[in-house]
Design a protein around this ligand. Structure first.
Ligand code: NI
Length: 252
């Protein structure tokens, strides 16, 4: 069993969604929303496919256009049996620093929602790792997935101390990812979640093509190689981590 803990399967990105999801039929896919429209897509996918679970959230890049109704939609659907987390949410100062305060406001209100309903959160952090860390620490949330982790080993260890899991995707397979390889080598497998972030960040050997959840296999293979583990063990342990983290109703 493989679990892709983070991807986006929005209808406009793929014209062969059935095939892509079918390739993962023995496995689990967790899709993430980013805004009002994609959150609705997530619900539709959860309702249509047995092997899909979902996260609802307002991404930091979407906060300028997000509305109170969007937040109410998230809250109103947290009791859906296949909605397992709030995400993706977080801070992104790479695209814009102009709206830092608004990004923090949305991040905090969604963290608060997760705490209120005892849900996990899936966190996006780009050029904002210290602020992200400070907000998570102050909020005392522990069911956290730092998705597509790209910071230092020191930061990884600090997040792990908060109880967070480290999301590892296709970037690990890229040649210029020495820092991330060091992180993966140093931290225990029990802190790692597999992800693809499809349709982005396609792992080698398919880099350049559109990513899909099945490619989580190549991420697992790379982790096995770096850690000197068997592929089987990497898949088993990371699936176990995901089941616990997202409270998935799955018996492994
Ligand atoms: Ni994402």
């Amino acid at each position: 069993m493989m679990i892709d803990t983070h991807c986006h399967l929005n209808f406009e990105d793929y014209n062969n969604l059935d095939d892509i999801i079918n390739r993962m039929k023995e496995n689990i896919i967790i899709v993430s929303g980013c805004d009002g429209r994609t959150n609705q897509d997530v619900l539709n996918l959860c309702n249509k496919y047995d092997n899909i679970y979902g996260c609802l959230g307002i991404h930091p890049e979407s906060v300028d256009t997000a509305t109170v109704q969007d937040l109410k939609f998230i809250e109103g659907n947290l009791n859906h049996p296949k909605i397992v987390a709030i995400g993706e949410i977080g801070l992104d100062y790479y695209w814009t620093k102009e709206n830092k305060a608004l990004q923090k406001e949305w991040f905090q209100s969604q963290i608060d929602l997760a705490k209120k309903y005892d849900k996990a959160i899936v966190v996006h952090s780009r050029d904002s790792i210290q602020d992200t860390y400070d907000m998570l620490k102050n909020s005392q949330v522990s069911k956290v997935d730092i998705h597509c982790f790209s910071s230092s080993l020191e930061m990884a260890e600090k997040f792990i101390k908060l109880g967070a899991k480290i999301g590892i995707g296709g970037v690990l397979t890229f040649k210029k990812s020495e820092k991330l390889k060091e992180v993966v080598k140093a931290i225990d497998l029990k802190h790692i979640l597999l992800e693809t972030d499809s349709p982005y960040l396609t792992p080698e050997p398919y880099r350049g093509q559109k990513n899909e959840p099945y490619n989580v296999y190549y991420v697992a293979q790379k982790i096995a190689e770096i850690k000197g583990e068997t592929l089987e063990n990497v898949l088993k342990e990371t699936s176990k981590n995901a089941v616990i983290q997202f409270d998935l109703p799955i018996v492994l």
